[in-house]
Design a protein around this ligand. Structure first.
Ligand code: G6P
Length: 471
């Protein structure tokens, strides 16, 4: 039995088969893992999640000192719950309908049953009065299901992705069930205050509960709080890694392998249609075509981490991006000097740190993003206060990193201007901006995020202690 239970769709590690046939583990992709792993390390708890694949083994195990409880998933659940409802419906719906969400009843049924299995597993591992922290859009029904099973628990929920405006959320045929699922938590956390406000407004309109500011008053006397807790990274960990001489020499090695151009632009994203990869590469290539810089002056390194490859939209996106990279390199490249270095792969953290260190301009241009931890990781590694960040206004990180070159990723000309500005900036200007951003990132690290969420969770009370509700 555990006093802290993290429930997330994914474990922080994926089960992989090693060449000798035995089981091995690899860090799983995405921002959630980056954020929660340090929290688990400092609060001895257990993490429930899917280890990838269809292996039925649910035996508890530990990896790297973390206690992990694998949740198995059948091939049908992967198709209906994970690829279907989570990533073919909720993901696009919550990201401003960047692609059209699909609503299928059999996807929903699977979402309900997988959420129930997660809730049952959490109920079986939580000690009396334990804290359970449920993560992200794949598990929005778990809080209420878990409360029904274990009313003694303190339950928190955190949404790592944006919560959509009411106009979009209303499209969901199961909107009321999702809201009621979330209301099983004592505290519902979001990246930004606007998301928490959207949620409270929807609860008032759709479920009919009384609300006052960030509080929801349930008929049974319970109070639910909805508030923003902008997520962050292990800033010191990243900086320490960046200072490692091995990372530094790897950074130099990469730059040399690129032909020692004056300026290296870098993009690092899961290969996802929300990330704006296509538009940013187009903007870069147009600036180059117009002669602002040539291939000997500048290159773009784009790391595209493979993601959700069975989902149709992701396959289409991959083809489109790879065709574009081929075209740009065909038009602008020279022998031994492509304009864009495209890598469809994921890398260990030390290699990521080396990439950040060698890049002069980090380009992060999502159409919509809950936070975007890559932007913060880049800033954390720039301990000499050099380098520049081009950042979409529509990433949660833009609310904190005001000194980035902020862009609207739908505006190609605006993006081109930002790339030129970052390229032309004087070292003095870059250093002023980076210094301010580094202050923000180091002061608000992931530990501060988790501590503030867990403290707020422990403080949510009942009606008696709260101000009088108003309709
Ligand atoms: C985002 C989501 C996470 C998710 C990650 C990787 O960061 O917020 O919940 O785990 O992407 O996506 P995947 O589908 O591979 O788990």
């Amino acid at each position: 039995m555990f006093d802290l239970v993290i429930v997330a769709n994914r474990l922080p590690v994926d089960r992989i088969k090693l060449p000798d046939g035995s089981n091995g583990w690899r860090t799983s992709p995405g921002g959630l893992v980056t954020a929660i792993e340090p929290v688990m390390r400092s609060n001895h708890g257990v993490w429930i999640g899917w280890p990838g694949g269809t292996d039925g083994d649910e035996e508890l195990f530990s990896a790297d000192g973390l206690d992990l409880a694998p949740m198995s998933m059948s091939a049908e659940e992967i198709e209906l719950f994970y690829e279907g409802f989570s990533n073919g419906c909720l993901w696009p719906l919550y990201h401003d309908v960047v692609v059209k969400p699909e609503f299928h009843r059999e996807w929903w049924d699977s979402y309900v049953s997988v959420n129930r299995r997660f809730a049952e597993k959490a109920a079986s591992l939580a000690a009396e009065g334990a804290t359970v922290w449920v993560q992200d859009y794949q598990l929005q029904l778990v809080p209420q299901m878990l409360r029904d099973l274990r009313p003694d628990l303190r339950i928190g929920f955190y949404l790592h992705i944006p919560f959509p405006p009411a106009e979009l959320f209303q499209q969901l045929p199961w909107r009321r069930q999702i809201l009621e699922g979330l209301l099983g938590a004592d505290l519902v956390g979001f990246q930004l205050p606007g998301a928490a406000q959207n949620f409270v407004r929807l609860v008032r309109q759709r479920v009919g509960h009384k609300t006052h500011r960030d509080l929801v008053y349930l008929p049974d006397g319970r109070t639910v709080r909805a508030a923003a807790f902008p997520i962050s990274i292990d800033a010191k960990g990243f900086e320490d890694m960046a200072r490692d001489p091995e990372v530094e020499s790897r950074a130099e090695e990469i730059r040399e392998a690129l032909g020692s151009p004056r300026t290296v632009f870098l993009g690092v994203d899961r290969l996802d249609y929300t990330k704006g990869i296509f538009a940013r590469l187009r903007a870069f290539s147009e600036v180059m075509k117009e002669g602002h810089f040539g291939v000997e002056d500048a290159v773009f390194v784009q790391v595209a981490v493979p993601s959700r490859e069975q989902v149709e939209e992701y396959r289409i996106l991959r083809d489109e991006i790879e065709r574009l990279v081929g075209r740009i390199n065909g038009d602008l490249g020279e022998i031994g000097r492509p304009a864009i270095h495209y890598l469809h792969s994921s890398y260990p953290r030390a290699e990521m740190a080396a990439l950040y260190r060698m890049a002069d301009i980090m380009v992060v241009t999502p159409y919509r993003d809950g936070m975007n931890l890559v932007a913060k990781e880049y800033v954390a590694t720039r301990f000499e206060n050099d380098g520049a960040l081009v950042l979409s206004e529509f990433a949660g990180a833009a609310e904190e990193l005001r000194q980035a070159y902020l862009v609207n990723p739908h505006d190609i000309n605006g993006m081109k201007q930002a790339l030129r500005d970052a390229y032309d900036a004087s070292p003095k200007e870059s250093s002023k901006r980076m210094k301010a951003m580094r202050k923000t990132v180091t002061q608000n690290d992931v530990k501060a995020w988790a501590d503030s969420f867990l403290l707020a969770l422990s403080q949510v009370g009942t009606h008696e202690k709260e101000p009088r509700p108003t309709a």
